[in-house]
Design a protein around this ligand. Structure first.
Ligand SMILES: Nc1nc2c(ncn2[C@@H]2O[C@H](COP(=O)(O)OP(=O)(O)OP(=O)(O)O)[C@@H](O)[C@H]2O)c(=O)[nH]1
Length: 389
């Protein structure tokens, strides 16, 4: 089968339909708006290509102007999908594209009709694709894009540049372009590029969202669902590099915190009230701890804080602030026969090669001492160089 323009159109339509179905299936499982918009874009291309076949029957309006407009709308869907993915709002000025395309209906017929139609359509698609590619930038403090997003950015930018070149080619005086008979090298090259672009765009679009989903799953796996602090698993993963930063000139500290008489809140005010108090304490930690500190919930009413580059005086001051603020919050929220407060066991460390479990054991001993001495206090374990290696 020869790859004449009409065969390529059928191929493009089939590939676009397959991509639309594939992205719709992905959307069905994760419900991300971007996937739905991208799927719609491909569905529009699939229908547009079928309509474009009508041009051989001489339907200029429905065979050329309308399907070419549909290709612009499809690219607009791709841009909207990227905007949804990057949480960006597109300005209303983009609706001017619709006005430009409607104005094309007033274009007088003649030898320049095909060139003007193809040139303006290509320019609009180039602008939309380049904008979509440029929107994909690293976000949320990340330095680089994920592989899928970087690939999508690359494909969109190359696609946009191709359409820019296509628009420029219509300005070449002896370029032969006839949209009605669908003849001309530019049209043939463009159809081949279209088939390849559909494949690459659909692949990188699914990769983009899949990577984000995997990141989210990893985040959920590392987070305590009630307080949104790190969980025990995340503590053991994130602590080693922080422990490695310790040196005699820049010691670290590990604090083990247990709420006093917390059970009374549950027993007297209900489990939901207990949950609320745990969340209140987590919020207090988030607003009080210095930058770079790690806060984790070990389980129940037990929390761990890991501090770097600190001192005994700073640790004591921090514990004092936490104890006073929490005791006051707990008093205001729930009345209990005995005060709900914080018992804290802390240990300093200045040797980088010691395991987290060793410092947890020392902090636990200090916490036990603090409970034994009457609760609502902080006990600092005596300095220790760590276990023999
Ligand atoms: N609301 C709520 N309660 C929890 C959760 N996890 C554990 N608990 C309860 O927390 C309480 C912790 O027990 P304890 O630490 O022995 O109770 P306590 O009254 O704080 O005792 P002291 O620490 O000795 O002062 C138990 O009653 C658990 O059922 C939770 O996610 N939400």
């Amino acid at each position: 089968m020869a790859l004449d323009p009409f065969t390529l159109l059928v191929l493009t339509s089939a590939m676009a339909a397959a991509s639309a179905l594939y992205l719709a299936a992905e959307w069905h499982s994760v419900r991300e708006r971007s996937l739905l918009l991208w799927s719609t874009g491909f569905a529009i291309i699939a229908v547009g290509c079928v309509l474009a076949l009508l041009r051989s029957r001489g339907y200029v309006l429905f065979g050329i102007w309308f399907p070419n407009g549909m290709l612009i709308v499809a690219h607009w869907m791709f841009l909207s999908g990227v905007a949804a993915f990057t949480r960006t709002r597109l300005p209303r000025a983009w609706w001017l594209l619709v006005a430009v395309w409607l104005a094309m209906l007033a274009l007088p017929g003649g030898p320049w009709w095909s060139k003007a139609m193809l040139g303006i359509q290509s320019l609009l698609i180039a602008v939309i694709s380049l904008r979509a590619g440029l929107l994909l930038r690293p976000q949320g403090g990340a330095l680089t894009l994920s592989v899928g997003a970087a690939q999508l950015r690359f494909v969109l930018l190359v696609h946009g540049l191709f359409y820019l070149a296509k628009a420029s080619s219509t300005l070449v005086p002896d370029a032969f372009i006839n949209l009605a008979s669908f003849r001309g090298t530019v049209i043939l090259v463009s159809l081949v590029e279209g088939v390849m672009a559909i494949m690459l765009l659909a692949m990188s679009m699914t990769g983009t969202e899949r990577h984000r989903r995997e990141e989210r799953i990893a985040q959920i796996a590392a987070r305590d669902p009630l307080t949104a602090l790190d969980n025990r698993r995340a503590l053991y993963l994130r602590a080693p590099p922080l422990l490695q930063q310790a040196s005699p000139a820049s010691p670290g500290a590990l604090l083990l915190i247990d709420l006093d008489h917390f059970k009374q809140v549950n027993d007297l005010h209900g489990h939901d009230a207990g949950d609320r108090l745990l969340v209140t304490f987590a919020d207090l930690l988030r607003s009080t701890l210095p930058d770079g500190a790690l806060a984790a919930r070990l389980g129940g009413d037990e929390f761990v804080i890991l501090l770097t580059n600190t001192s005994s005086a700073a640790v004591q001051a921090l514990c004092e602030t936490l104890r006073e603020a929490f005791a006051q919050q707990a008093r205001t929220l729930f009345t209990t026969p005995e005060p709900v407060a914080l018992s804290i066991g802390a240990t300093m460390f200045d040797q980088p090669d010691t395991e987290l479990s060793h410092w947890l054991k020392r902090a636990d001993d200090a916490l036990y001492a603090s409970k034994r001495k009457g609760r609502d206090r902080m006990e600092l374990a005596p300095w220790s160089p760590g276990p023999p290696q």
